[in-house]
Design a protein around this ligand. Structure first.
Ligand SMILES: Nc1ncnc2c1ncn2[C@@H]1O[C@H](COP(=O)(O)OP(=O)(O)OP(=O)(O)O)[C@@H](O)[C@H]1O
Ligand SMILES: [Mg+2]
Length: 207
């Protein structure tokens, strides 16, 4: 079993959206997947409620329960995504330490990048395996996006696909769907499959 945990200090950069979409895309690759939602805001759990109980399993737990829950479910799934609350350095660091891969979900803005850089430096110091996933980006590669991609690549490992700002993500979440289900041939589905495949390879869950 592998654990991939989405983290960011800044709120609203797209952690929950990335987690639910990657979970659906990983299932479509034939893996058994669950989501542990440790955010009291419960975005992933609300998505699961809209989904009406269809897999993946989404469990809402207190961050302090995470180590025990992961131990209990060791072997029950190929992959567990953990969604975490923003704004709390200690909680996100504790969750990241339990993960095989911490995914710093960030957006191409000065403020998001400033805190992503801080998290990344802490992870390097602690030897926590991490990758940066850029979300809510412009839909076309432009000078602005290139600037942020370049900066992140200098900083460290970057997921080799980014998620653009697209209403499909918002509409799919409201229906309890992943974009690969909502619009299988759409641009959001393509980028989610690419980002998920990168993560699955990094975790050695696929070749
Ligand atoms: N790629 C995207 N394109 C368009 N909208 C997006 C995208 N990703 C996220 N959003 C929207 O941005 C908002 C924040 O997204 P989300 O809740 O996934 O972020 P979060 O990091 O989990 O937030 P929080 O820190 O509050 O937990 C939501 O309204 C969501 O629908
Ligand atoms: Mg969230």
């Amino acid at each position: 079993m592998r654990v991939a945990t989405a983290v960011q200090l800044k709120g609203g950069t797209g952690k929950s959206t990335a987690v639910v979409n990657a979970a659906v895309a990983a299932r479509a690759r034939g893996l058994s997947v669950a989501i542990a939602d440790t955010d009291p805001q419960a975005s992933s759990a609300m998505w699961a409620a809209a989904r009406g109980g269809a897999a993946p399993l989404v469990t809402s737990i207190n961050a302090r329960q995470l180590p025990g829950w992961l131990a209990e479910n060791q072997g029950a799934f190929d992959l567990i995504f953990v969604d975490t609350p923003a704004h709390d350095t200690d909680t996100l660091a504790d969750a990241a330490r339990l993960a095989d891969l911490a995914i710093i979900v960030t957006e191409p803005t000065y403020l998001a990048n400033a805190v992503a850089t801080r998290i990344q430096a802490a992870f390097v110091q602690e030897d926590i395996e991490y990758a940066i996933l850029l979300t809510r980006t412009p839909s076309r590669l432009n000078q602005r996006l290139n600037h942020w991609l370049g900066l992140h690549r200098q900083l460290g490992t970057v997921v080799d696909a980014h998620l653009a700002y697209r209403v499909a993500y918002q509409d799919a979440v409201a229906l309890g769907l992943g974009v690969v289900e909502y619009e299988p041939e759409g641009p959001a589905a393509l980028e989610v499959r690419a980002a998920t495949d990168w993560i699955l390879k990094k975790l050695e869950l696929v070749q």
